[in-house]
Design a protein around this ligand. Structure first.
Ligand SMILES: *Cc1c(COP(=O)(O)O)cnc(C)c1O
Length: 231
């Protein structure tokens, strides 16, 4: 099936899920995760009306960025960031969902070019306390948010999570509800307005929307299985 058809399908699925779970129509933003996919596929998606794209490898987002400067993509970075890669990220992207260390946040703020708007960020939270996963622990989120809000060139928009994989929608919802409640806690205790819950991928989109996702990050659901040999 073509990328154009898949995007239309996902958009209609999102609309149905917004209805089903009493979400405001249009309140869930679709982020197309284009990792391992060619710039030709990204262009196809773009011409089908998709403006937001996400990548999780630093080298890959740079290469694609420079090949796609003729179209008006909003780039989201959703992967691990080593300290020596922050400068390029600070220069090129609109959003970083995967802030998992204060030090990284500080560097991104220091390196954000003066002529660009503040960098939108989410704190990544390891909601199921998995040993193999990045992210602040639930207990660290409030203090991390407090520190990161002081960095002048960052705009803290919300929280992001990649929960433990499971087919059980009730367990999926439980994980997402932890993130939602954490966001509420940050808002009320720090007196800030956060508008973003970045949660939900191809296999758990319904649970995420049910629990209040404002951004879903969809890769295989749009582009099909990934081509890892490419990058
Ligand atoms: C790859 C990736 C996605 C997309 O996953 P799919 O299951 O292909 O939809 C979403 N978020 C992050 C952080 C990813 O790395």
């Amino acid at each position: 099936m073509s990328v154009v058809t898949k995007i239309a399908e996902i958009r209609s699925e999102i609309k149905q899920l917004e209805k089903k779970y009493d979400r405001v129509e249009g309140s869930v933003k679709l982020i197309a995760v284009s990792k391992t996919k060619s710039v030709a596929r990204i262009r196809e998606a773009y011409h089908a009306g998709q403006k937001y794209f996400a990548e999780n490898y630093v080298q890959e987002i740079f290469e694609k960025y420079y090949e796609l400067t003729d179209i008006d993509i909003e780039w989201h970075f959703i992967g691990p960031i080593q300290s020596n890669k922050t400068k390029k990220i600070a220069e090129l992207v609109h959003w970083v969902h995967s802030i998992d260390r204060i030090k990284t946040a500080k560097r991104l703020s220091d390196q954000r070019p003066h002529d660009l708007p503040d960098l939108n960020i989410c704190l990544q939270v390891n909601v199921n306390a998995e040993a193999t996963k990045a992210g602040f622990s639930c207990a660290e989120v409030l203090s991390a948010a407090t520190e990161i809000m002081r960095f002048p060139r960052l705009c803290l928009r919300g929280l992001m999570a990649i929960p433990e994989r499971t087919e059980d929608i009730d367990l999926q919802r439980k994980s997402f509800s932890i993130l939602r409640e954490l966001k509420n806690a940050v808002q009320s205790q720090l007196g800030v307005e956060l508008d973003t819950l970045s949660m939900g991928m191809s296999s758990d989109i319904e649970a995420a929307i049910a629990e209040g996702a404002s951004m879903v990050r969809i890769g295989t659901g749009i582009f099909g299985a990934r081509d890892y040999e490419k990058f």
